[in-house]
Write a protein that binds this ligand. Structure first.
Ligand SMILES: Cc1cc2nc3c(=O)[nH]c(=O)nc-3n(C[C@H](O)[C@H](O)[C@H](O)COP(=O)(O)OP(=O)(O)OC[C@H]3O[C@@H](n4cnc5c(N)ncnc54)[C@H](O)[C@@H]3O)c2cc1C
Length: 376
């Protein structure tokens, strides 16, 4: 491959891209803003789908490593009503096709599979200047610079690379997720652990809900979901843990205590994650020497697809570059046209999933989605 490849962002998408290229003997450089692999906790559990995420990991030659980190039993799914009564309770029979893994474990196996030095840590991209011929001069926060021949923005929701291609800016989707963790749950939070069960638990009502996952190591990881204006979210002082928790739990008046305990008994302070999205049909005109993948290209409501799409995009872009070693623009055309179609379809589904979870038909919309049955 005559063209050097520069990737911004060592998230799942950027790492898979570099790994699949490496499998095919092509080197790439990743610039990552975080100072080290352990600088941030990597968030919770991801279900990795047969039809995209698992294909990408197979292209990366990492299926065995992926199988070794699966949280057995994690695919069990339970839907409760606000009083804690089960509306749906599906065990993990091992045939769900969506095994659960911790994001941090997945990132680690990808990092371990790359040659030392592939990721340049602590290099936050702050500006980009086109210098002709499809090349771009990159300037990092530490004052260093580099020139990219092919620049790939795998830098997530607030991509610095995106403005080269598109004027789209993420917009608040009207829903905030608030993240909490409970630890050592069988001993310290037994009733709540029993309510959640061995896998995922969803308790949803119109405009609000609680979604919790049992993670390995006796951990319950929760997203409290609320459809509220951004002003309302911004008025909560998350620095004042007690007051923030009280404001949030007031929204769940009358809910079973073993469910609200996921918020009130958190072992970590609640962390707001306002949900931002790009338009579902986000796309751009082909521009020489630059492309995007993952959240940088298609930011959508969390529906269990974003990480899978990022993995798949990374592998697909690598394969297109391998197939067109002397014609990068042909590779980008091939990658982008397929990605635009794929991500637009999934983004529409992701909005529908969020609506099924905490829209007017909650919780029956989600039950229908999971079972295929018409509930009412
Ligand atoms: C609350 C919440 C829950 C979610 N749950 C799920 C789920 O259960 N399943 C699922 O599939 N998806 C889920 N998602 C979506 C998923 O997290 C994303 O779609 C996925 O992480 C996108 O991967 P990525 O590689 O494109 O970007 P990211 O994972 O965001 O990685 C981008 C990387 O780029 C780096 N970076 C950013 N800016 C710069 C810069 N200027 N210079 C250098 N580096 C930079 C960042 O530090 C980061 O390492 C969830 C999202 C949210 C908000």
């Amino acid at each position: 491959m005559a063209t050097s490849i520069t990737i911004i962002g060592a998230g799942l998408g950027g790492l898979v891209l570099a790994r699949v290229l490496h499998v095919h003997g092509i080197a790439a450089t990743i610039y990552e803003a975080d100072p080290s692999p352990d600088a941030r906790t990597q968030g919770g559990q991801l279900d990795i789908h047969e039809h995209d995420g698992q294909i990408a990991l197979a292209e990366a030659g990492l299926t065995a490593e992926f199988r070794a980190i699966i949280h057995q039993g994690g695919e069990a799914t339970r839907i409760l009503d606000p009083q804690g009564n089960a509306l749906l309770d599906e065990p993990d029979d091992g045939n769900g096709g969506r095994p659960e893994v911790l994001r941090g474990d997945l990132r680690r196996i990808l990092l371990d599979s790359l040659p030392n030095g592939t990721v340049k840590w602590g290099r936050k991209l702050v500006s980009i200047r086109p210098v002709g011929g499809g090349r771009h001069e990159l300037t990092f926060a530490d004052g260093t610079t580099d020139t990219a021949e092919l620049l790939v923005g795998a830098d997530g929701a607030w991509s610095k690379v995106r403005p080269l291609l598109s004027d789209a800016v993420p917009e608040y989707a009207g829903t905030v997720f608030v993240e909490t963790y409970l630890y050592d749950v069988d001993r310290r939070h037994r009733e709540t652990a029993e309510a959640v069960g061995p896998g995922a638990m969803f308790a949803f009502a119109p405009a609000k809900g609680i979604a919790a996952h049992r993670e390995s190591g006796d951990v319950l990881h929760t997203y409290v979901e609320l459809s509220r204006p951004l002003d309302w979210v911004n008025r909560i002082d998350f620095g004042d843990r007690e007051a923030a928790t009280e404001t949030l739990v007031n929204e769940f008046d009358g809910w079973a205590p073993e469910l609200t305990a996921l918020l009130t008994d958190g072992d970590t302070a609640p962390v707001p994650r306002p949900i931002y999205t790009l338009p579902s049909s986000h796309r751009w005109d082909r521009t020489p020497g630059v492309t995007l993948l993952g959240d940088a290209a298609h930011l959508m409501p969390p529906s269990g697809d974003g990480a899978n799409l990022a993995l798949f995009d990374g592998a697909q872009l690598a394969k297109a570059l391998v197939a067109h070693p002397t014609d990068v623009n042909a590779a980008l055309d091939e990658f982008e046209s397929a990605m635009f179609t794929r991500s637009a379809e999934v983004a529409v589904e992701a909005h529908d999933t969020l609506d099924r979870c905490i829209g007017e038909r909650a919780p029956y919309g989600l039950i229908e989605l999971l079972t295929g049955a018409t509930v009412r």
